[in-house]
Design a protein around this ligand. Structure first.
Ligand code: PSU
Ligand code: MN
Length: 306
């Protein structure tokens, strides 16, 4: 692959991929932009350990000094966590510029899928994906994450999407682009902080083995694109619907008032919701990521057995 001249695959990850052993990719926007320091670093390291405990090798993905990195050292994770918002949020359109300039970038779902695929990694765990924003009929604000799911063959395990988005339109977009949306143990799309959204998913699947088989069939049939697995937050960490929805409505209204646009929209809304709900939402966020990491590792292990 001629992309290899820009890509550094960590030796442990490269050995696992070459040997057909399970590997799980992880994104770095959640570290630099999604949580405050030092909880972000602590969470990122715990997530890697959970993946190991469930039989897979973790590969946290980022852009460092213009290099596409699949698999970071603990020092590199610490660096990204401390640097926080000073590291550019890197989506697809940022990638060539950051690499050419030798800069750092925190990878979103989009660029994590891209780099995972370049490194031969098929399964990726995160918190929430981007989607169609509320008011998109006027702003045309649709996350590049959806386009990436339509094109890149990586399974993304998430806790659904936050209601900062228009969840109904997000599902319509994924349907149009042929992306299977699976509820893990549920027929309803989870809404990140809560287990329910009121929107049905395409299919319920209840085991990692069946997730792995579905992904294998998608690959065997030569179908383009990925699969979105939505895994509800564990009951004990889920938030009160009213509390979270009130905070989200307020955050969305404030972003419209301030005229926030472009790549700043999602980070603005996430920070505002966090501010309005205090530490509760951070704790929920951390635990849903742990839950997704465990499911992704089990699914990666099952996929390797097929
Ligand atoms: N949604 C969340 N948490 C996140 C993100 C989205 O609940 O951390 C991040 C992810 O990295 C996602 C990106 O890929 O934001 C989407 O940004 P945008 O809407 O600008 O495409
Ligand atoms: Mn956007």
């Amino acid at each position: 692959m001629n992309l290899n001249c820009y890509l550094d695959v960590n030796p442990e990850v490269a050995a696992a991929v070459a040997a057909g052993k399970p590997v799980v990719a992880l994104e770095s926007t959640i570290i630099s932009h999604g949580m405050p320091y030092p909880q972000n670093v602590e969470t990122a390291l715990n997530v890697e350990q959970i993946i190991r405990d469930n039989g897979a090798v973790p590969a946290t993905i980022a852009i460092l000094g213009g290099r596409l990195k699949a698999g970071l050292t603990h020092d590199e994770i610490e660096y990204l966590g401390k640097a926080g918002q000073n590291v550019a949020k890197a989506s697809r359109r940022d990638l060539p510029v950051l690499v050419a300039k030798g800069m750092d970038g925190a990878t979103t779902v989009t660029t994590t899928m891209m780099i995972a695929h370049m490194a031969g990694i098929s399964i990726f765990a995160t918190g929430g994906i981007g989607g169609v924003h509320r008011g998109a009929e006027k702003t045309m604000d649709v996350s590049a994450d959806l386009e990436e799911l339509a094109n890149t063959p990586v399974m993304v395990v998430c806790a659904g999407a936050k209601a900062i988005l228009d969840l109904g339109l997000t599902l319509e977009y994924l349907e149009t682009h042929g992306v299977p949306v699976i509820g893990f143990g549920t027929k309803e799309l989870p809404a990140f902080y809560t287990r329910r959204s009121g929107f049905a998913v395409d299919y319920e699947i209840d085991t990692p083995e069946e997730l792995a088989k579905t992904f294998k069939v998608q690959r065997d049939l030569g179908l383009r694109g990925g699969i979105l697995v939505t895994n509800p937050i564990p009951e004990e960490y889920s938030m009160d619907h009213e509390v979270i929805n009130k905070a989200i409505d307020e955050a969305v209204a404030e972003s419209v008032r301030l005229g926030i646009h472009g790549k700043a929209v999602t980070p603005y809304l996430l920070a505002k919701v966090k501010e309005l709900t205090g530490g509760d939402s951070l704790d929920s966020n951390i635990h849903l990521v742990y839950n997704n990491a465990a499911l992704a590792a089990k699914t990666a292990a099952a996929y390797c057995r097929l």
